[in-house]
Design a protein around this ligand. Structure first.
Ligand SMILES: Nc1ncnc2c1ncn2[C@@H]1O[C@H](COP(=O)(O)OP(=O)(O)OP(=O)(O)O)[C@@H](O)[C@H]1O
Ligand SMILES: [Mg+2]
Length: 504
């Protein structure tokens, strides 16, 4: 990447970074990175898990300080590093993954409190706060009851509140780090509309997402990082998902429909007419040894509710569940785990991981019996088990003892999967297992899923990304409003057939 290339276009950048380096514990997380954003453009930052995207954002917003020699030019001024206060005052705003909002406070206070406090005179006038908030929301094309406490709003709406807060802060540039990871398709569409609105008003947006379809749809340019180094800056027009993947990973991933499974295998899971009022109704399905059953449908179709019932978290009102020929009734997930069911939840923000605890403890927590020797926990067994899975799943970690919170989002996801694989289940339910996971790692995860299936594990793979089930499952069920409304065979139906049914 030459600097001449960056400056080749005549437009004057709003933000321009050069020679950005940063090291964590001896590891260089960013190496000589340059980055440039023009006023009002939507610029995507792409790269695999751990490639340094969030770190770069934290440098621009003053959370981290780059190594000496860095040059940051923003809105006509030069800085050697940013501070969070300067960044905010100058209109650099971030929508953090956890949104950093206050659930107990009203929507209006969340949106406008900070700005009002930062101004002189510091008159905290609720009417002023209210009107600032209402106007900011109006610019985004939404009207919420701004007097309600934020906790009464769903995640997608909270995100809009966070964006409105950025607008009140007179943002010139807004960073969004994986804003769509926990949104449904229609919420995502709405968010992308909001991004377009911001851009049309002259606010630049830097957008991070592992969903490459979104990247292609929303951005005009993209900067690709690989292992903390710059790969290049590209116009989005003319890009394809596979080209971006290649730039991110240096590899080519070809998707193939799976070969037909052996059909003489015994049934592991047999579900008959399972019903839970208000959630799902009359669900019948089977999964054989070594088979991967895909379940797709829009979010809210009842897929997760079904999974929770199969995992003993809720009780069905009617119907039966039979595992390995024996009818079961789970009164808790402990019963389900004992019976050989594992469930990786879709909860992106917690993943069922205990953030401050070590990688090793998180990984073994569901399989304690395996690391015992003579009634005691064996550190040696634990270390071997953990090391084995970390190697198997290619998780990038420092020490087993490091807190899980130090890992990048995608590496945390792999630890969550490893935690369940370590229980050696008969039936593994993966609920949206690759949300927030980059393409390379996705391929890695599905290679593992295929390998596990080959060893006889029965797998249910739930995803709202139709290609994901199409290329990684033997059969695909389509759920809608709590019912199974279609069944597909990827070897006979085309991807477009299934997508047409699901997105109809
Ligand atoms: N505070 C920190 N201490 C130690 N290492 C860190 C810290 N912050 C980031 N890193 C390391 O820097 C590298 C880049 O991490 P970063 O979070 O920027 O990746 P990312 O591209 O945002 O990944 P993801 O897509 O998974 O969110 C990783 O190897 C990560 O472990
Ligand atoms: Mg990140």
């Amino acid at each position: 990447m030459s600097q001449a290339e960056i400056a080749s276009d005549g437009t004057r950048p709003l933000l321009s970074l050069r020679d950005i380096n940063i090291t964590f514990g001896g590891v260089r997380a960013l190496k000589d990175v340059s980055f440039e954003v023009r006023p009002g453009e939507v610029h995507c930052l792409a790269g695999e898990n751990g490639s340094g995207k969030s770190t770069l954002i934290k440098i621009i917003t003053g959370v981290y300080r780059p190594a000496p020699g860095a040059q940051i030019e923003y809105d006509g001024e030069t800085y050697s590093h940013m501070s969070p206060v300067t960044a905010q005052q100058k209109g650099i705003q971030v929508i953090w993954q956890d949104l950093a909002l206050f659930p107990e406070m009203s929507v209006a206070e969340n949106i406008a409190f900070q700005t009002v406090l930062g101004r002189w005179p510091r008159l905290v006038n609720y009417r002023k706060i209210r009107s600032l908030a209402i106007n900011a929301l109006k610019r985004l094309g939404v009207a919420f009851d701004v007097d309600l406490p934020l906790k009464e709003f769903a995640i997608a709406q909270r995100q809009i509140v966070a964006i409105a807060r950025a607008l009140v802060g007179e943002a010139k540039i807004v960073f969004m780090d994986e804003p769509t990871a926990s949104l449904t398709q229609s919420e995502t569409d709405h968010l992308l509309d909001i991004v377009r609105t911001l851009s049309a008003e002259g606010v630049a947006v830097v957008f991070v997402s592992h969903r490459l379809a979104e990247v292609l749809e929303i951005s005009s340019r993209l900067t690709v990082l690989r292992d903390g180094a710059m790969v290049g800056v590209y116009p989005t027009s003319g890009m394809t998902q596979s080209r971006i993947t290649e730039l991110m990973t240096g590899k080519n991933f070809d998707n193939h429909v799976r070969a037909a499974p052996k059909d003489d295998q015994p049934v592991v899971l047999d579900v008959r007419s399972l019903t839970r009022h208000g959630q799902f109704a009359d669900i019948s399905l089977t999964v054989k040894r070594g088979e991967t059953l895909g379940i797709t449908g829009l979010l809210g179709a009842g897929r997760t509710e079904l999974a929770l019932a199969l995992f003993g978290m809720t009780r069905p009102h009617a119907g039966t569940i039979t595992l390995d020929g024996k009818q079961v009734e789970f009164s808790s997930n402990r019963d389900a785990i004992k019976a050989g069911v594992a469930y990786l939840s879709e909860d992106r923000l917690s993943l069922g991981l205990i953030q401050p605890q070590s990688i090793a403890d998180n990984l073994v927590i569901a399989s304690l019996p395996k690391i015992q020797a003579g009634g005691f926990l064996s550190d040696e067994k634990k270390e071997t088990l953990v090391a084995g899975w970390i190697r198997e799943l290619g998780v990038k970690i420092g020490q087993q003892q490091d807190a899980v919170s130090t890992l990048s989002g995608g590496n945390q996801q792999r630890i969550a999967i490893a935690k369940w694989l370590a229980t050696s289940p008969k039936l593994l339910i993966l609920d949206a297992p690759t949300v927030g996971v980059d393409v390379g790692a996705r391929a890695g995860i599905f290679d593992i899923v295929a390998k596990l299936a080959a060893t006889g594990l029965a797998i249910i793979l739930i995803s709202d990304e139709v290609p994901e089930v199409y290329f990684n499952a033997d059969r695909v069920l389509h759920m809608k409003q709590g019912r199974i409304v279609g069944a597909f065979d990827p070897r006979q139906n085309s991807l477009q057939d299934i997508e047409a049914a699901v997105y109809a």
